[in-house]
Design a protein around this ligand. Structure first.
Ligand SMILES: [Zn+2]
Length: 404
């Protein structure tokens, strides 16, 4: 049975759909905000502060250190910083939720994909139109409409808009966790998993590691046996880790830096590895595997091995609370005449970090679109209105039910 959408709710849904999302999105997507383009990110943060100032929110800029990076020579490069936006509305209201979105994109400052174009009457192409500047417009449209609800005082929220999601949210992770703590529910505005609107359910955890191997240089002709070949040790380590992949735990050796001239036994290598784990148990299994393989390689190759990195994204597991929130979203979709399907995905996002705080999160509340992370990225224009109405209705239902 469909829940009835009353006249007040109808009005709010109309306000959400009528918000000028397309204009905002066009302006935002024409600003290059690649994760490393500091000037562009600052420009984008200003544009967002201005747009979001229509909400009754306290807006803070939060600057936090970025994750340190390991150079090709195996040296830790001191961390820089990244600046994020943190908004708070009615922190004392009985019901508290979190909304998050990122304003960085994968397209660097000099990328040729840098402006919005209409692919046809129904489709907009452009950097970040789907991932996820379109989602940010949807979030704002829903919230400004919700602000007209007569009982809005019962629901408060925090918003985190981070600038480093596409590079793993190393800087914003602590802000996301703090903002998520104790919330009844959270929504992240990544685009739908498929262009038909399918939402993401479970996600694996993901860890990025740099494994630095120090061997011993020697002449390739005169005294090769006295050398300790770091490249060989790195290659052996890549093979052993890969061979240990199993159901629910995958290892991707991605790159080996190091070595030098052909006549020298290389004494330096850095192996870069990504590991994905479907559960906390598998994540612990991966940690044990790394520890054991490092010990074995050190011994078998007489090299020194140092590991940097961590599981920056813990697995997103579907709890009972998540199921309740999924049901609420599904019912709201149905009442709006939208389809609601769910699919597990191998990708990771800030939903992983929020879920690790035991907060149920739907992390694909943004637009319908596709081909993200490529110059073919697109967004289905009518999904702006659909998704703004969906978020507005979900907020009204959370308010009506006093939680999930
Ligand atoms: Zn994204």
């Amino acid at each position: 049975m469909a829940d009835i959408i009353n006249a007040c709710e109808q009005r709010i849904l109309k306000t959400a759909a009528d918000f000028p999302m397309l204009d905002l999105l066009t302006g935002w997507s024409n600003i290059n905000s690649g994760s490393h383009n500091k000037t562009g990110l600052a420009h984008m943060a200003e544009a967002l502060k201005q747009a979001f100032s229509i909400l009754p929110a306290t807006i803070e800029e939060v600057t936090l250190p970025s994750q340190s990076v390991i150079s090709a020579e195996g040296q830790p490069i001191p961390p820089s910083t990244a600046t994020h936006l943190h908004l708070t509305v009615r922190p004392k209201a009985p019901l508290q939720i979190l909304l998050t979105g990122h304003f960085d994109t994968v397209f660097g400052e000099n990328h040729t994909f840098n402006t919005v174009t209409y692919l046809d009457d129904e489709t907009l192409g452009g950097p970040g139109v789907a991932d996820m500047k379109g989602g940010l417009a949807v979030m704002l449209a829903a919230l400004q409409a919700f602000e007209q609800h007569p009982e809005k005082d019962q629901l408060g929220y925090e918003i985190v808009l981070n600038s480093d999601e596409e590079i793993g949210s190393g800087s914003s992770a602590s802000l996301l966790s703090q903002a998520a703590a104790g919330k009844t529910a959270a929504f992240t505005y990544e685009p739908s998993t498929l262009p038909d609107g399918t939402f993401a359910s479970a996600r694996p955890g993901s860890g990025n590691f740099s494994i630095v191997i120090k061997g011993l240089a020697a002449h390739a002709g005169r005294n090769i046996d006295q050398g300790r070949n770091a490249i060989l040790a790195a290659a052996d380590m890549a093979l052993r880790l890969k061979a240990a992949s199993c159901e629910g735990m995958t290892v991707n050796p991605a790159k080996i830096d190091g070595g030098g001239p052909n006549n020298i036994v290389p004494d330096n290598a850095v192996l870069r590895v990504n590991i994905r784990a479907s559960t906390t148990e598998k994540m612990n299994l991966a940690r044990d595997l790394l520890k054991k393989t490092i010990a074995d390689i050190s011994q078998d190759h007489s090299v020194t091995v140092t590991i940097y990195g961590q599981f920056g994204r813990p697995p997103k597991i579907i709890s009972q609370k998540s199921k309740n929130l999924m049901a609420l979203v599904e019912n709201s979709c149905r009442d709006l005449g939208l389809t609601a399907q769910w699919k597990e995905t191998g990708g990771v996002c800030d939903g992983n970090n929020i879920s690790a705080m035991d907060v149920p999160v739907i992390d694909t509340m943004g637009v319908r679109g596709g081909s993200i992370h490529s110059a073919q990225e697109f967004m289905i224009i009518k999904s702006l209105g659909e998704r703004a109405q969906l978020s507005a209705l979900v907020l009204m239902r959370l308010l009506k039910e006093g939680g999930i």
